[in-house]
Write a protein that binds this ligand. Structure first.
Ligand SMILES: Cc1cc2nc3c(=O)[nH]c(=O)nc-3n(C[C@H](O)[C@H](O)[C@H](O)COP(=O)(O)OP(=O)(O)OC[C@H]3O[C@@H](n4cnc5c(N)ncnc54)[C@H](O)[C@@H]3O)c2cc1C
Length: 373
């Protein structure tokens, strides 16, 4: 069996690794860039937060889809596969799983080192067209006939505008239902925002509101920038912001008394005459110019930052287009896995989990078919 894989990212590499020991199975990986796994390398700030021990549907934009997936591939399933590959892992206090080296290259190395010589890489080869003739598929103008194709080309998150100009154009002919890609796990641009806060980092309870309805709340460190805010907690808020039907009238609120919600701020002011010693100096200077509620410093959200600053995208191929093996319903033997599917999760190893788990399920389906024939 000849299998073409579009994209040497997390999903494409994991699938190829799982298939590489399959007898008489040749895998051709087509990769647009000159290197494999560039997002795996960038993930977790270079440490690669590859999994989370507490995967559940609620951490994603489609809880029902993930609940179904977990019955076929869960945290233990994927962890066991990585262990078989020789990857030692460590879990932090927030259930995030990293390679024990805390070095993302280790993950790439275990994926690449175990590949058999039946796996061939075609670097600097962008897939522009997939055509079919009889039972076979063909990539670009090449004459190699493939029995199956796995699409694993990811999303335009993290890409500068120039590079994402023709992103996904090879999918146009498939006429699939696709949701527009929008940046997720990304900072917010804020309205009427004082640039003087730029550079301030502090902890806060951060709340996303639409009108006065609380949508989501999380505590953590916030980084104030020139025109907005970022930080893991804000990235998570952006995932919930993207799940709203429309993003109008949204605001983000900061409770700066994150570890003592009942603290008597008024009493502090009366006693000391200022908030110096209580809040970050830049916030204190802002307060002195323009007093605000320290437990509810609120800004309207203008927009998220652009795609190039996003860790993932919301949008992609609608889940209705794939069956439970991640095979396209309209195109037998073509599979779509990873971030190109309209599934996205919050920060903490959830997005890589989805890339690995979807690859695992598609690989099992391909192995079963191969031995059945
Ligand atoms: C800065 C950053 C940090 C992140 N940190 C984490 C983290 O800590 N934990 C976590 O769970 N997730 C993290 N993510 C998200 C995670 O990396 C992605 O969700 C995951 O890599 C998606 O895997 P994928 O295989 O679907 O896509 P990708 O890894 O993006 O791979 C797709 C591959 O396909 C190639 N390609 C695209 N189009 C074509 C084409 N037409 N022809 C040939 N090749 C093509 C691309 O060049 C790429 O190599 C992070 C993302 C970023 C950007």
């Amino acid at each position: 069996m000849n299998i073409a894989v579009v994209g040497a990212g997390a999903a494409g590499l994991f699938l190829s690794r799982l298939l590489s020991e399959t007898r008489n199975c040749n895998i051709h990986i087509f990769e647009r860039t000159g290197k494999p796994g560039y997002k795996v390398k960038a993930s977790g700030g270079g440490k690669a937060n590859i999994l989370n021990t507490q995967i559940s549907g609620e951490c994603y934009n489609n809880a029902a889809f993930i609940a179904n997936l977990l019955s076929r591939a869960n945290y233990q399933t994927i962890r066991a596969e990585f262990e078989k590959m020789g990857l030692k892992m460590s879990v932090d206090e927030e259930n995030r799983v990293y390679p024990s080296t805390f070095f993302s290259q280790t993950v790439l190395d275990v994926l690449l080192n175990g590949l058999s010589d039946r796996v061939l890489f075609h670097y600097n080869t962008e897939v522009l067209q997939i055509s079919s003739k009889g039972r076979h598929y063909y990539i670009n103008e090449d004459s190699t006939a493939f029995d199956a194709v796995v699409l694993a080309s990811g999303s335009p998150a993290g890409m500068i505008a120039k590079n994402r100009k023709h992103f996904d154009r090879y999918l146009t002919d498939f006429k699939l239902q696709q949701k527009e890609y929008r940046p997720s796990l990304v900072g917010f641009k804020l309205e009427d925002y004082p640039v003087s806060l730029s550079g301030c980092r502090c902890k806060a309870i951060c709340s996303l509101y639409q009108k006065d309805k609380l949508i989501y709340q999380e505590s953590g460190e916030v980084t104030f920038k020139d025109d907005g805010v970022s930080g893991i907690v804000i990235l998570n808020l952006s995932a919930y912001y993207n799940r709203l039907k429309d993003n109008k009238n949204c605001a983000v609120s900061f409770n700066l008394m994150y570890d003592d919600a009942d603290y008597n701020v008024g009493g502090h002011l009366r006693k000391y005459g200022s908030l110096c010693g209580l809040i970050h100096p830049k916030l204190n200077r802002l307060y002195e110019r323009n007093p605000f509620d320290v437990k509810d410093l609120r800004f309207k959200i203008k927009d998220t930052y652009e795609l190039e600053f996003a860790q993932v995208c919301t949008g992609g191929i609608a889940v209705q287009e794939i069956n439970e093996d991640f095979e396209l319903k309209k195109y037998p033997k073509i599979y779509a896995i990873g971030e190109m599917i309209d599934i996205d999760g919050v920060c903490g190893g959830y997005n890589l989990f989805f890339a690995w788990a979807s690859a695992y399920i598609a690989a099992q389906a391909l192995i079963n078919q191969h031995y059945a024939n």
